[in-house]
Write a protein that binds this ligand. Structure first.
Ligand code: DX5
Ligand code: ZN
Length: 223
């Protein structure tokens, strides 16, 4: 089995117990903490901003993987880096000068990721010439906005296509999937070539707690 990274999506947690929820993720073997930033403009919902990232930073040493679903990510990169983000991922749909944005993220000392909404084709990455310079590509497997949506199986082919492109470039960039991950869907994306999995609802809403949710996800790919 190829190793893979689990990144629980902290917006699905109980914010009154943020530190405990993060500690439970850590002890269950989560690798990164994924923070979904939504601005009520690029996506319909509003979630959290740099102050929240800063609170997560004080609660853990795990890498903070910040997914920026905002209309003007360029305006906010510094604030998130200062708040303690380790990784910043931006949407191709929101960045008119994508290469510049990626370079800016790196100059702030963060790893740079790029992501695509379900309707945006994988070819958008080639057109913008970013694959050789990114640390991570995120394929959205739901339309972003809410935790707990249904996985879109049409995105399996997109993961395969991007996996082939990364391999052709001999790129070590992570290939991440976000949306609808559960024990039935994670193996489909794993087999398609993804190696980082974000999980909100499945992890945090498990009746036996987030630790059990994470353990089940860890075990759902046959050894
Ligand atoms: C999509 C967000 C996701 C979401 C994942 O709107 O980017 O990270 O919170 O949640 P689940 O795993 O519940 O689909
Ligand atoms: Zn996300």
């Amino acid at each position: 089995m190829r190793p893979f990274i689990l990144a629980p999506s902290i917006i699905a947690s109980d914010f009154t117990r943020l530190g405990d929820e993060i500690a439970a993720c850590e002890s269950a073997g989560a690798d990164w903490i994924h923070v979904d930033v939504m601005d009520g403009h690029f996506v319909p919902t509003i979630t959290v901003g740099p102050l929240f990232v800063e609170a997560c930073r004080r609660a853990t040493r795990l890498p903070l993987d910040v997914h920026l679903m905002v209309t003007n990510p360029d305006q906010h990169l510094e604030a998130f880096a200062r708040a303690g983000a380790d990784r910043l991922t931006v949407h191709v749909e929101t960045c008119p000068n994508l290469i510049q944005t990626i370079e800016k993220i790196k100059s702030l000392g963060c790893k740079a990721g790029v992501t695509l909404n379900p309707p945006t084709p994988a070819s958008a990455l080639a057109e913008r010439a970013v694959l050789p310079i990114v640390d991570l590509v995120l394929v959205m497997s739901v339309n972003p906005g809410y935790s707990g949506q249904k996985f879109m199986p049409e995105m399996i082919g997109k993961v395969e296509e991007i996996r082939n492109k990364l391999n052709a470039l001999r790129s070590q960039a992570f290939l991440q999937v976000d949306g609808g991950m559960a024990v039935e869907t994670l193996p489909l994306m794993y087999n398609a070539g993804a190696n980082v999995f974000v999980a909100g609802n499945f992890a945090f809403k498990h009746p036996m707690g987030v630790g059990e949710g994470i353990r089940l996800l860890r075990g759902c790919v046959p050894a």
